[in-house]
Design a binder for this molecule. Structure first.
Ligand SMILES: [Fe+2]
Length: 220
């Protein structure tokens, strides 16, 4: 441990050492596509979104647009879905999940023009959620994750500096080609697009197939 109580400053004479455990971590994984894969995904998705979106003259300039939630069934989404499926499989292996049959339950595009934001939310009835970043201009290249431990909001004394140990929000920076995976219950939000161009991301959810039959039995 590099930092912790009694570590940074000179420890008192009685203190042999101090240990700090990070219990019950909340993982957020970022996979990075290669330039080749990223360009291939863009080459497939950009024309698809151009086809699905309202005509330029009819587009709202003050709020975001979301596509239908079945992009994963579109042929143009096949390359991205292949990356997503392999990323999810690797996470399930890492977590030692003993059941690896899953499906993408929804996949949709979010287009945020300058000024558009996305309030805090989670994705119920799924196991994992994720986002792929197609276009993230500077000033619109972050996503916020919010502390899932609701108890920490009850008493929140002032702090002299925000650190990983006391914050209630973590801002994750993303770039074109970033593929995030996180627990579907983890609340997240997107700040207003502070750039002068569109931010485009592809959101998706994953759930275990045949959940009721295979996993939904009581554990006792
Ligand atoms: Fe979301």
């Amino acid at each position: 441990m590099k930092e912790g109580p009694g570590i940074k400053n000179r420890p008192p004479a009685w203190m042999a050492k101090v240990e700090q455990l990070g219990l019950f971590p909340t993982p957020v994984w970022t996979f990075h596509l290669t330039t080749e894969a990223r360009e291939r995904v863009s080459g497939e998705l950009v024309p698809l979104l151009d086809r699905l979106r309202p005509a330029p003259a009819e587009r709202a300039t003050d709020r975001g647009w979301q596509s239908p939630q079945d992009l994963h069934r579109q042929q143009e989404c096949a390359t991205l879905i292949g990356c997503i499926n392999e990323s999810i499989a690797s996470v399930l292996r890492y977590l030692k999940i003993g059941y690896d049959v899953f499906e993408i339950t929804g996949c949709w595009a979010n287009v945020n023009p300058p000024g558009a934001a996305h309030r805090s939310h989670s994705h119920p009835n799924n196991y994992l959620s994720g986002v792929y970043y197609l276009r993230v201009p500077a000033g619109a290249d972050t996503i916020n994750f919010h502390d899932p431990r609701v108890q920490t909001a009850i008493i929140r004394p002032p702090v002299t500096a925000l650190t990983a140990a006391n914050t209630d929000q973590v801002v994750v920076r993303v770039e074109p080609g970033s593929l995030l995976l996180f627990p579907a219950w983890l609340e997240h939000s997107v700040d207003a697009n502070g750039s002068d161009s569109e931010r485009i991301s592809i959101s998706f959810n994953m759930m275990f197939s045949a959940f009721a039959e295979q996993l939904g039995k009581p554990l006792w």
